[in-house]
Design a protein around this ligand. Structure first.
Ligand code: PRT
Ligand code: MG
Length: 221
């Protein structure tokens, strides 16, 4: 495919990316929330969008099935970033990666005692690196969703999860005890495509950068 393929997920990423795409002169022909199509044509004959699970975006871009992708820093870090160029923080879908425990659980004391914590999360790599850097021993339990349930039913002592408003934690009598990272969505680019399709990709990257700068964001590389 000589045109440009952009991978993104529906939901909050698509909603917050649509204005940036528009600023780059790219408008999807269908609404991914209504259409069941997984390949969306755009107003530009040389640009198409593919709709994939948020966690799969880096995989499509790494293998060159998509030239560009938009994914949360949480997802990119968990993937590891191999083969990906990350030129731009899009400053959208902002949230924080946090450690949370049940209200009343004395996290600080457990950690200083050198206790072995059971930590449930979808973000196993991120959690492993975080606790290793602190010198805290953890048993990691991989989950695919609803992490907030784990401490309530005794599956884990703590969770590592994303928090934005904090309402989900509060509704489940959990409290955030540590911030691991501030998260926003990143533009990711297949490194080979960047060389081979430079003429097509560079103007799109430049318009994204302009749109982000106008909305107050920052470039990271
Ligand atoms: O939902 P699905 O299982 O299909 O996939 P996904 O959860 O991977 O995708 P999606 O669309 O929910 O999230 C895509 C990206 O949005 C994530 O990778 C993050 O970078 C970003 N983002 C921003 C968030 C949130 N804010 C967020 N609050 N992703 C998830 N949440 C969840 C969080 O996991 C928790 O369960 O919302 C809940 C907490 O929200 P508050 O507002 O109650 O704190
Ligand atoms: Mg979700």
């Amino acid at each position: 495919m000589t045109g440009v393929t952009i991978a993104l997920s529906k939901g909050r990423i698509f909603e917050e990316t649509a204005p940036l795409l528009e600023a780059a002169g790219i408008v999807a022909a269908d609404d991914p929330e209504r259409s069941r199509k997984l390949i969306l044509e755009t107003n530009r004959p040389d640009v198409r969008l593919i709709i994939v699970r948020a966690t799969d975006v880096p995989t499509y871009v790494e293998h060159g099935a998509a030239d560009l992708g938009i994914a949360g820093k949480d997802v990119v870090d968990e993937h590891g970033g191999a083969g990906l160029y990350q030129p731009l923080d899009l400053n959208i879908a902002r949230c924080r990666m946090m450690v949370a425990v049940r209200e009343g659980y004395d996290y600080a004391q457990k950690v200083t005692q050198g206790a072995r914590l059971r930590v449930a999360t979808k973000y196993v790599r991120t959690a492993r690196e975080h606790f290793a850097a602190k010198g805290v021993h953890v048993d990691l339990i991989k989950l695919y969703g609803s992490m907030e349930l784990a401490p309530l039913v005794g599956l884990a002592d703590a969770i590592v999860d994303l928090v934005s408003s904090g309402r989900t934690l509060a509704a489940n009598q959990l409290v955030a005890v540590e911030e691991i990272a501030s998260v926003s969505s990143r533009l990711i680019v297949n490194q080979a495509a960047l060389k081979l399709k430079r003429a097509r990709l560079q103007p799109i990257l430049a318009s994204f950068a302009r749109a982000v700068a106008q909305s107050g964001g920052v470039s990271v590389a």
